[in-house]
Design a protein around this ligand. Structure first.
Ligand code: NAD
Length: 255
């Protein structure tokens, strides 16, 4: 029997088969979880293809900037499952302009959009998930971050500021949701080749640098992140809350 048998989860953030959220979803399903997914309209075809052998899977269009769509997702889960044990938030965006220029030149509109999609969306999803997780007797909320939140990574610019806000949000949400047995944590992943990652200028060099300088002398895979997410979703992680857990081959300890 899998460690997540009987648990119900919502996955936000699958764009295609390379998405970290897709690796996590596969692992959670392998461990017995029943999942629902949201998608951004432009990726609908991809996700329908990925789930073609699971036609009963609940699938919702949802742009995290659209409150009506967010409400509809959680209303539907309330009507169908009446509870939620796992919420994966794997969403981030920064406009190419904001990543390619100097950080000092960041436009207000780009700043607000990036923080809204990449950090506020965790708050708004957690807010909507709370009653369903209370009904489940507790839950696990997991988001994905990157260590550029802590130190300067050239090219990451605005995205780093969004990740700092996201990580602080994890701590505040964890402190408020813990009394209801709801845990909120972030996984700080090393670079993985996905649509989002390949938009970061210079990211290709990160992969070769990691092979030379990371303690483990290798890059991570999306499956490494999935293993951590499955653990955080399980009862074994019952007392891990408000943390940023690094799955990065040890890169974050190096000066
Ligand atoms: P990805 O491009 O596969 O996923 C990003 C997702 O964000 C997509 O599914 C996209 O639809 C979604 N998204 C963006 N704007 C949205 C909006 N307005 N509404 C709804 N969804 C929206 O890339 P990924 O690398 O799997 O990214 C998932 C998470 O992992 C992101 O938070 C990313 O910052 C984080 N992360 C990635 C890496 C990496 O190297 N790939 C490393 C550390 C953290």
């Amino acid at each position: 029997m899998g460690t997540l048998e009987g648990k119900h989860g919502l996955i936000i953030g699958v764009a295609n088969h390379n998405s970290i959220a897709w690796s996590i979803a596969q692992k959670l399903m392998e461990e017995g979880a029943t999942l629902a997914f949201t998608y951004q309209n432009r990726f609908e075809k991809n996700i329908r293809k990925l789930l073609e052998d699971k036609p009963e899977t609940p699938l919702y269009p949802c742009d995290v900037q659209n409150d009506e769509e967010m409400d509809a997702v959680f209303q539907s889960l309330t009507d169908s499952w009446g509870k939620l044990d796992i919420l994966l938030h794997a969403v981030a965006f920064a406009s190419p302009d904001a990543l390619n220029g100097r950080f000092i030149d960041t436009k207000r509109s780009d700043f607000l959009t990036s923080l809204d999609i990449s950090a506020y969306s965790l708050v708004s999803a957690a807010h909507r998930a709370e009653p369903l997780m209370k009904a489940a007797g507790g839950g696990s909320i997991i988001t994905l971050t990157y260590q550029a939140s802590q130190w300067v990574t050239p090219g990451y610019n605005l995205m780093a500021i969004a990740k700092s806000a996201l990580e602080a949000g994890v701590r505040y949400l964890a402190s408020e949701m813990g009394p209801n047995n709801i845990r909120v944590n972030a996984i700080s992943a090393g670079p993985v080749r996905t649509i989002s990652a390949m938009g970061v200028p210079g990211v290709r060099d990160f992969f070769s640098d990691i092979e030379q300088f990371a303690p483990m002398r290798r890059n991570i895979t999306a499956n490494d992140v999935a293993e951590m997410a499955a653990f955080l979703s399980s009862d074994g992680a019952r007392n891990i809350a408000g943390q940023v857990l690094y799955v990065d081959s040890g890169t974050s300890i190096m000066a």
